[in-house]
Design a protein around this ligand. Structure first.
Ligand code: GLU
Length: 428
């Protein structure tokens, strides 16, 4: 044990950033369990995933060569039910990141009260440099490699960074071939014609929007005319920009991996969406860009980090001018920065709550697949709203009543169900 009471990862060679994500998750889980009155044994159970599979996937590339890719699937805790969570394709995927992400999925599922535990997968690759054929072979190879531990009642994958409905379709097809029956419930985020759900593509942004509305009510901020800054123009960031723009907010800043655009009078979001490529890149078309670091410090009412982790740190947290920060990305704010924002009276809606809209509609997709009866988009959005408004209220009330910041409150809400389920099963 280290000074923090958390296991040290001395032997492992991961990047500092990912160690940070994993160890900081353990720190908050420990705090949450202590506040909830659970024993150290519960922490011992929940501080690491129950299962972590590493696979090597040979893929025939278009030039005839064979490349071996490394992939992971982590299953954090399955006391509540099957594990659930996305698969990301990214050059910086690593074991600790996948582990941390699977723990966050457990927390998300707990917060929105789904009958799931958390899982996550990833493959070290750069899909931006791969052809469709190579991506298809990689996706199918990954499913063959992890097929023993996944399935509609075991562990249900979904999209995440740089994976989409086409990749889900290939994965579903491969799994169905292996099992020799059609298995739409194996994976969510599928195209509509293969059993996808209405509203799934926009679900994360829809969930973030609901959290923004709830936070704005608590802070007396009017959405109409509010100045909004969004870091990241991928699936969550771009749909969110559109929702905010359509609701009459002024989206004054957006960014992608290369830089940001800023206009104090509001950006033309429809114009930018038209020009965005499939990886969410748009700023390269403009000359007057700002950096991502500058973007975060713009004077605004609502700031939404919707890109990568570790963006708001102890270095810049005092320069954040927003009244409300809503984390659409996973892990954009460090623990030190969380403390600073909370001391400064900024309302921070943590990732495990704000980004739970995606997995909530994934759950709806799985339910629809299991029953073979499909809902309209209005029904899906209405059900999503009900779930997220309740989840926000639970976290906000816990933060207020227990005098803790919103992140710790969210972890307390998230850890409660899996702890209870583990206890009833007699595991702890
Ligand atoms: N990858 C998304 C997340 O991190 C969605 C997971 C899912 O739909 O299962 O929440």
């Amino acid at each position: 044990m280290g000074a923090t009471g958390v296991v040290e990862n001395k032997e492992n060679q991961q990047t500092e950033e990912s160690l940070n994500l994993f160890t900081s998750t353990q720190i908050v889980i420990k705090d949450a369990l202590t506040k909830l009155g659970y024993s150290d044994e519960m922490f011992e159970l929940l501080k690491e995933p129950l299962r972590m599979l590493t696979v090597r996937i040979p893929v025939r590339m278009d030039d005839g060569s064979v490349k071996i890719f490394t992939g992971y699937r982590s299953q954090h805790n399955d006391a509540v039910g099957p594990t659930k969570g996305g698969v990301r394709f990214h050059p910086e995927v690593n074991e600790d990141e996948v582990k941390a992400l699977s723990m966050w999925m457990s927390l998300k599922c707990g917060i929105v009260d789904l009958p799931y535990g958390g899982g996550k997968g990833g493959i070290i690759c750069d899909p931006r440099t791969m052809s469709m054929g190579e991506l298809e072979r990689l996706s199918r190879g990954y499913v063959r490699a992890i097929s023993q531990i996944v399935g509609p009642t075991k562990d249900i994958p979904a999209p995440d960074v740089y994976t989409n409905s086409q990749i889900m379709a290939w994965m579903m097809d491969e799994y169905s071939r292996l099992r020799e029956y059609d298995s739409p419930g194996f994976i969510t985020g599928k195209p509509l014609v293969l059993g996808g759900s209405q509203g799934r593509e926009k679900a994360t942004a829809q969930g973030v929007t609901i959290c923004i509305e709830e936070a704005a009510k608590r802070k007396g901020v009017q959405i109409e005319g509010a100045r909004v800054v969004i870091q990241g123009f991928g699936n969550a960031g771009s749909f969110l920009a559109k929702f905010m723009y359509d609701a009459g907010a002024k989206v004054i800043g957006i960014s992608d991996a290369l830089g940001g655009l800023y206009d104090p009078n509001g950006l033309d979001i429809d114009y930018l969406l038209d020009r965005r490529d499939s990886f969410g890149m748009v700023t390269s078309l403009f000359e007057n860009t700002i950096t991502n670091a500058e973007l975060l410090e713009i004077d605004c009412d609502i700031l939404v980090p919707a890109a990568v982790s570790n963006q708001i740190t102890a270095q810049n947290a005092r320069n954040i001018k927003a009244t409300i920060v809503v984390e659409a990305a996973n892990g954009p704010t460090t623990l030190d920065a969380t403390k600073i924002l909370s001391e400064r009276g900024i309302l921070l809606v943590p990732d495990v709550l704000a980004s739970a809209g995606g997995v909530t509609v994934s759950y709806f997709e799985w339910v629809q697949n299991n029953q073979g009866y499909y809902w309209s988009e209005e029904e899906v959005i209405q059900k999503l709203r009900k779930v997220l408004v309740q989840a926000f209220e639970n976290v906000y009330n816990t933060a207020t009543n227990r005098q803790v910041n919103m992140r710790l409150a969210a972890y307390m809400e998230g850890a409660r169900k899996m702890s209870e389920a583990s206890r009833f099963r007699g595991w702890v």
